[in-house]
Design a protein around this ligand. Structure first.
Ligand code: ZN
Length: 266
């Protein structure tokens, strides 16, 4: 499961250490890497929130009112039937308001407080990492609990329950839409994410496959800058040869173990 015997971990431009991960418990070894890291980055996807019970919209169970959610998450769908799209997003908001952050979210927030520098780039729009106490989070695909004007782009946090339809923009009177990034739309924070990942010593890829986009290219930013890349996932994903370590299991179990092992007694 684990690639070759010798790994090189680049510590920014200051020092370089070699780690032998070929023997022993990978969680213990990774905890050792974590203890010495200056900047830790996390790249997360749906698998981070799965143990909280957040719907993934994959397969048959992913249908909403016999509709494929992928077809509702587009600007075209909003133009055609904004009320239906809002009904879908209000349903999602209600779902998320009814679940709690899981131990993986809590472990990441804990980690953020313990390392000198930290950034969490997430593809999730559920806001659960923030609710767990995380602070330096880049939400690549926006946040379910924000709204954006469909006309002028004005963004506003909206943490309450359902958003009434129609809601008009206070600035221009345009129709307000969910503050998320839809299929076919550019990702406005992508450059910020790339910049934030460049100087990380260590990257955790959590609950998203490092062989699909945009996780793959973001992981490569770290890797090519010399970071150590560890993947946490419920199941083995195809190793692209880019990862240094793969930890398979429920992330609500494996992540807390790594953080606890690294900072035991701290
Ligand atoms: Zn507006």
């Amino acid at each position: 499961m684990f690639p070759g015997p010798k790994y090189t971990l680049a510590w920014g431009n200051t020092r370089r250490q070699e780690w032998d991960l070929s023997r022993g418990d990978p969680i213990e070894k990774l905890a050792g890497v974590l203890t010495g890291a200056r900047k830790v980055a996390v790249l997360s996807g749906a698998g981070l929130s799965a143990e909280s019970g957040v719907p993934t919209f994959r397969g048959k169970e992913g249908l909403w009112k016999q509709r494929n959610p992928v077809e509702l998450a587009t600007p075209e769908a909003f133009r055609a039937d904004p009320e239906l799209v809002w009904e879908f997003y209000n349903w999602r908001r209600q779902k998320i308001l009814g679940v709690e952050p899981n131990p993986a979210h809590v472990a990441l927030a804990d980690l953020e407080r313990r390392v000198p520098a930290f950034v969490h780039v997430t593809q999730n729009i559920d806001g659960l990492a923030r609710r767990a106490g995380g602070e330096n989070i880049i939400e690549l695909h926006g946040n379910l609990f924000s709204t954006r004007c469909f006309e002028c782009g004005r963004e506003q946090p909206d943490l309450s329950g359902p958003v009434p339809f129609p809601t008009s923009c206070e600035r221009c009177g345009g129709l307000v839409r969910p503050g998320v990034v839809w299929f076919g739309e550019p990702v406005p924070l992508l450059e910020d994410a790339i910049e934030s990942l460049r100087d990380a010593d260590l990257l955790f890829v959590v609950g998203t496959s490092a062989v699909v986009q945009p996780a793959a290219s973001l992981a490569m930013v770290c890797k090519s800058a010399g970071a150590f890349v560890a993947e946490f996932n419920i199941e083995a994903t195809p190793l692209s040869g880019r990862l240094d370590l793969q930890i398979v299991g429920p992330v609500g179990t494996t992540l807390p173990r790594v953080v606890a092992r690294a900072f035991a007694g701290g």
